[in-house]
Design a protein around this ligand. Structure first.
Ligand code: HEC
Ligand code: HEC
Length: 356
């Protein structure tokens, strides 16, 4: 069986939800608020394409999906022996019960202190599609983010050599590595590939919004429909929160950062627009991920809308798409109703048995 058919099977449930809509359901969609996108600018076909959930998870050629690699990665992800004191796993911060984040304004490391970066834990939902990882985009790919949280002294605090010794001493892990990669020593590269393969499977489920754009008029209420029109119109949100995952995968200063962290500006010191620029987060399931922003500085979705309504801090780096909106109270409520319609029904996540 070829790689792509295995991938297809793996996401069969996802794919089942994707068959997008007939012209009829689009007529219903547009009928709700008149023409949301000018036909010339976007068109019916463009609108449908724009919000269509992808049919397959993309796996890179040099780290293709295999069931054994996925299972090993899932086990590693939840195993606290990946931290120095054996107390914290990846899932301590990227917790499936908290939308793959931790609900904290700042991530807390093994020493019970905030990480040196002072950053909030981002969700891992839909990371398979994220072109550049980290709030400032300095990680090249998922494989490249796998070891650094483990070895960073302020995070999981476990040297690479100790990590490998610990895993090699547990027969269940030796077998799992052999099953995933063929017989041989456990090494960093294999750990990175297994973790990344598991993380690519973390995909947001179908939300009421998806059922609505497929034509189920009752899936979301009138307020959320007005919110969708605002999101794409007067609110200008779709300028950056674009596509099915509601992110352009790019970096902007929305006028929120106000401490020493200049985000992507560190990598591009001479670019005016990249000072204070952080990655546009996905808005899938966003209502479950308080508090908000890279620094956890906004407690609620209401606070987020207030920020956009004010237009944030005005400065040379602020994105040209951000300006004072002056939305009345009712519009703010509609935008929040729309954001809530992007949350899928919560689903239990089965934890792996940890080999010992
Ligand atoms: C102490 C909490 C904490 C732990 C434990 C942790 N992370 Fe994270 N994770 C973070 C924070 C904070 C960031 C943002 C880092 C940045 O932007 O530089 C992050 C970013 C990421 C990203 C990038 C996500 C994106 O959208 O850009 C990935 C992938 C990731 N972590 C995977 C892991 C894996 C795999 C592990 C376990 C080996 C792990 N993390 C352990 C807090 C944590
Ligand atoms: C110029 C691009 C841009 C526009 C326009 C924009 N956003 Fe954002 N949005 C971002 C970026 C970048 C962040 C993360 C900023 C940070 O962490 O410093 C963000 C963060 C958010 C968050 C917090 C998500 C999280 O997980 O922390 C929400 C909710 C949100 N935006 C909703 C909206 C809404 C609603 C609108 C329209 C009123 C909008 N955005 C307009 C780029 C944009």
């Amino acid at each position: 069986m070829g790689h792509s058919s295995r991938v297809t099977r793996q996401v069969a449930a996802l794919a089942g939800a994707l068959a997008l809509s007939s012209a009829l359901s689009l007529a219903v969609l547009l009928g709700a608020e008149g023409s949301i996108f000018g036909a010339s600018e976007f068109g019916l076909h463009g609108l449908r394409q724009h919000y269509r959930r992808p049919a397959e998870i993309p796996y890179p050629k040099d780290d293709p999906y295999s069931r054994a690699k996925y299972e090993l990665g899932r086990t590693l992800f939840f195993d606290p022996i990946l931290s120095g004191a054996k107390l914290r796993s990846c899932s301590t911060c990227h917790n499936p019960g908290l939308s793959w984040a931790d609900g904290q304004p700042r991530a807390i490391g093994e020493n019970q202190q905030p990480l040196a970066s002072g950053l909030r834990t981002p969700t891992l939902l839909n990371v398979a599609w994220t072109p550049k990882l980290g709030w400032d985009g300095h990680f090249r790919d998922l494989e490249g983010v796998a070891i650094s949280p483990i070895t960073a002294p302020d995070n999981m605090n476990l040297p690479e050599s100790t990590l490998i010794e610990r895993l090699a001493a547990i027969p269940g892990y030796v077998n799992a590595f052999n099953a995933a990669f063929g017989k041989g020593d456990i090494d960093r590269h294999k750990i990175e590939q297994a973790l990344a393969t598991f993380e690519r499977s973390i995909v947001s489920d179908e939300a009421p919004f998806d059922r609505w754009i497929r034509g189920d008029e009752a899936a979301i209420d009138a307020s959320a429909k007005r919110g969708f029109a605002l999101f794409n119109g007067k609110g200008n949100c779709a300028a950056c929160h674009s596509g099915w995952a509601f992110t352009d995968g790019s970096f902007h200063d929305i006028g929120v950062a106000h401490d020493n962290d200049i985000g992507r500006g560190r990598l591009f010191p001479t670019s005016v627009k990249l000072q204070y620029a952080f990655k546009t987060p996905t808005l899938r399931d966003v209502a479950r991920r308080r508090p908000y922003m890279h620094d956890g500085s906004l407690a609620t979705l209401g606070d987020v809308i207030d920020l956009y309504n004010r237009g944030g801090i005005e400065r040379p780096s602020r994105d040209d798409e951000i300006h004072q909106l002056n939305l009345p109270q009712g519009d703010k409520a509609d935008l929040i109703a729309f954001l809530q319609a992007l949350s899928a029904k919560a689903k239990p996540f089965v934890l792996p048995d940890l080999p010992r």
